[in-house]
Ligand binder design. Structure first.
Ligand SMILES: CSC[C@@H](O)[C@@H](O)C(=O)COP(=O)(O)O
Length: 355
């Protein structure tokens, strides 16, 4: 059973601290939006869908706090939006964060005439729905995506687009799980994913935990394995996909895509529709987060690089649509021409609830 990294129990949001995995499985309790914003910023919780879910719970906590004060409706809504903005200011690239908060804000406005406690209860239910729907979406994505994989093969993945990055099951790893559930013999090669080691720490941990055959490699080994004919397909997740099919994902994804094309290997992206941002014509407008240089100069507390060296640490890159063989969503698979096919997939009715 795949791990569910965010739980909502007895009015408390519990999240496994992904910074400590695999050494320690520590669950932290959250009861307010400020602490959840900090958890997103510091990557206790990470992965595009998961940070959207965490932010939705944060917004629900903000609503509960505001409902307990006797505020006029307009002031309550104003303060709610401000607190949502604080949650949104934590990480800039994954559009799921803004998508989830926009959904919470829409409901807050539509239900603002309710008694404050009912208003807050409705927002708490909405956050739980966003969470539960994500796993259903991942499973639907898995069903569509697994059809692209052969009966037997080795799939390379980058970063962690697994259960840990979602409401459970995973996007890219969800496709792999679905293929295995369909009886296919799939094994995984996981890039370590410098500098935050999501592949080494998280993908290796969650696949090993679930008995899925995984081999860890350093990022710079991918080309060698492809040259030897040892990789049959690449599957990654995404943080934001523009209208033309350009894909922002963890730094290093672009290099893998170039290598895949050079070796004639299909490069697939699995992402829910909440990751697709039709407001951006192409990937050049996707904001790319830059993180602390210490992630590059240090490994944990161990300093590897000389003190004072200049560092550049972009957390994401953009893979041009021409390198992407297909984009797998919960309602179907898009191929080039992405502008037309993504617009068509986005116009389809919701799979469940609102999404
Ligand atoms: C289903 S997760 C897809 C992406 O969010 C994932 O590949 C990724 O890049 C995560 O980056 P992170 O910095 O760990 O949040």
């Amino acid at each position: 059973m795949a791990i569910k990294p965010i739980l909502f129990e007895d009015g408390i949001c519990r999240m496994i601290d992904q910074r400590l995995l695999p050494a320690e499985e520590l669950w932290r309790d959250y009861r307010d939006d400020g602490a959840i914003a900090e958890a997103i910023r510091t990557m206790v919780v990470r992965g595009a869908p998961a940070i959207g879910i965490a932010a939705a719970y944060g917004a629900a906590f903000a609503a509960a706090a505001l409902a307990s004060q006797s505020l006029p409706v307009a002031e309550r809504l104003h303060q709610f939006r401000q607190r949502c903005q604080h949650l949104a200011a934590t990480r800039p690239t994954a559009v799921n964060l803004f998508w989830a908060l926009a959904r919470m804000e829409r409901l807050a406005e539509a239900t603002s005439a309710l008694a404050p406690l009912d208003w807050a209860a409705g927002l708490r239910q909405e956050a739980c729905r966003i969470d539960a729907e994500d796993e259903l979406i991942n499973r639907a994505m898995g069903r569509h995506g697994q059809a692209l994989l052969s009966q037997q093969g080795t799939v390379l993945t980058h970063c962690n687009a697994g259960a840990l990055a979602t409401g459970g099951y995973g996007t890219a790893l969800g496709v792999i799980r679905a293929a295995i559930e369909a009886g296919k013999q799939i094994d995984v090669v996981a890039d370590e994913t410098r500098p935050f080691w999501q592949g080494a720490r998280l993908t290796a941990w969650e696949l090993q935990r679930d008995g899925i055959d995984v081999t860890l490699i350093c990022d710079n080994m991918a080309g060698y394995l492809m040259q030897q004919g040892r990789i049959d397909a690449v599957i990654v997740g995404a943080d934001r996909i523009s209208a033309n099919g350009d894909v922002a994902n963890k730094i290093g994804t672009y290099s893998v895509a170039v290598l895949a094309q050079a070796h004639g290997i299909p490069f697939y992206v699995a992402a829910p529709r909440s990751t697709i941002d039709l407001s951006l014509a192409d990937g050049s407008a996707i904001p790319i987060e830059e993180r602390d240089p210490r992630e590059v100069t240090h490994c944990g507390n161990q300093q590897l690089a000389p003190a004072g060296v200049a560092v550049y640490n972009p957390a994401f890159d953009v893979t041009p649509a021409r390198l992407v063989s297909a984009i797998i969503t919960e309602v179907g698979v898009a191929r080039a021409d992405y502008r037309t096919q993504l617009a068509e997939l986005m116009a389809r009715p919701p799979l469940c609830g609102h999404v």
